[in-house]
Write a protein that binds this ligand. Structure first.
Ligand SMILES: NC(=O)c1ccc[n+]([C@@H]2O[C@H](COP(=O)([O-])OP(=O)(O)OC[C@H]3O[C@@H](n4cnc5c(N)ncnc54)[C@H](OP(=O)(O)O)[C@@H]3O)[C@@H](O)[C@H]2O)c1
Length: 282
């Protein structure tokens, strides 16, 4: 297996390439998590709302029993759903997620920003979850820069990542700068723009010259920015393809050509709470 790049945040080493499990049914999640770990992935992303935490845990146990990994080899992330942002509900879900997974996660995220209850209450409870040993570290998902900074100001522990939509069609430059400023990281969700990059003429042309697919070029573009990428697939061949990105680099010119694909309507996901939106300049 090729050596895998990581980003070190607050002393923790997070593999830059992970495997996403949104919309994977429990049987697919179990099968694909086990396959991903066999292939060499060492970072798995799930969430309470994906309704597959128990299956993800089973897939990890399958890979451990097959001798492909040990628990300590893996970075495991899950997320607190927005209905559980009150103090007691957050701690109850943190316990439930750890029980469903059968493992203490390495990272527990707040899934989306929400104005009520207050950030102070929710961040306080998230820190308590860490202090109680229900997760190794904590972080955010879908927080714009202002709220990212506010949340870090209210959090005793470092918020080690902000998992946000980021792919060639959506520029999120200000948020990347905010993560750097805070000593945190960005994790890109929908890194393949939900498969749309496969038909992109610019990305395919870059890939053709390098002997790589559009998906491989896109994932390389992300990890070359020190952004964590968590592609998802139901297909073993695609999981293998997406893992084969550590033996080439993109030139500054190739990186710039992909950055230039961003467009104002590039967003794929909708805000759960209209009170929040990406940084104006993004
Ligand atoms: N925090 C959040 O709010 C949030 C939101 C969305 C997603 N996420 C996380 O991010 C992960 C990834 O995002 P995502 O699942 O939305 O999208 P994605 O990884 O960008 O794309 C997945 C889709 O693209 C297809 N695909 C995979 N590899 C491909 C390739 N090489 N060429 C063409 N198509 C390909 C897959 O189909 P096949 O199955 O047919 O291969 C699937 O339909 C999720 O699974 C989840 O863990 C988090």
């Amino acid at each position: 297996m090729s050596a895998q790049p990581t980003i070190v945040v607050d002393g923790l080493s997070i593999p830059l390439l992970g495997f996403g499990t949104w919309e994977l049914s429990p049987p697919d999640a179990r099968r694909m998590v086990a396959e991903a770990l066999r292939i060499g992935y060492r970072h798995i992303d799930t969430a309470w709302i994906y309704k597959n935490e128990a299956a993800v845990g089973d897939g990890i146990r399958d890979a451990i029993e097959a001798g492909h990994v040990t628990r300590d080899d893996i970075w495991l992330t899950t997320k607190i759903w927005v209905a559980h942002f009150g103090h007691d509900a957050l701690l109850a879900q943190a316990r439930e997620s750890a029980t469903s997974l059968g493992f203490t996660p390495d990272l527990l995220l707040l899934h989306w920003p929400k104005a009520e209850p207050t950030f102070a209450e929710t961040l306080g409870a998230l820190n308590e979850a860490k202090d109680q040993g229900l997760t190794r570290s904590i972080g955010l998902s879908n927080f714009p820069s202002a709220e990212f900074k506010q949340a870090q100001g209210l959090s005793k522990a470092k918020l080690v990542t902000n998992q946000v939509e980021y792919h060639p069609y959506l520029a999120n430059g200000p948020l990347l700068a905010t993560a750097r400023e805070l000593g945190s990281s960005i994790t890109a969700w929908s890194p393949l723009a939900q498969g749309k990059i496969a038909d992109d003429p610019v990305i395919n042309a870059i890939g053709k010259a390098l002997g790589k697919s559009a998906g491989q070029v896109t994932l390389r573009w992300l990890i070359q920015q020190d952004v964590i990428a968590i592609p998802r697939t139901t297909k073993v061949s695609r999981a293998e393809e997406s893992f084969d990105i550590f033996d080439f680099t993109l030139s500054d010119e190739e990186m710039a050509r992909i950055h230039a694909l961003a467009r104002p309507d590039g967003r794929l996901g909708d805000w759960l709470d209209p009170a929040f939106k990406w940084d104006e300049a993004a």
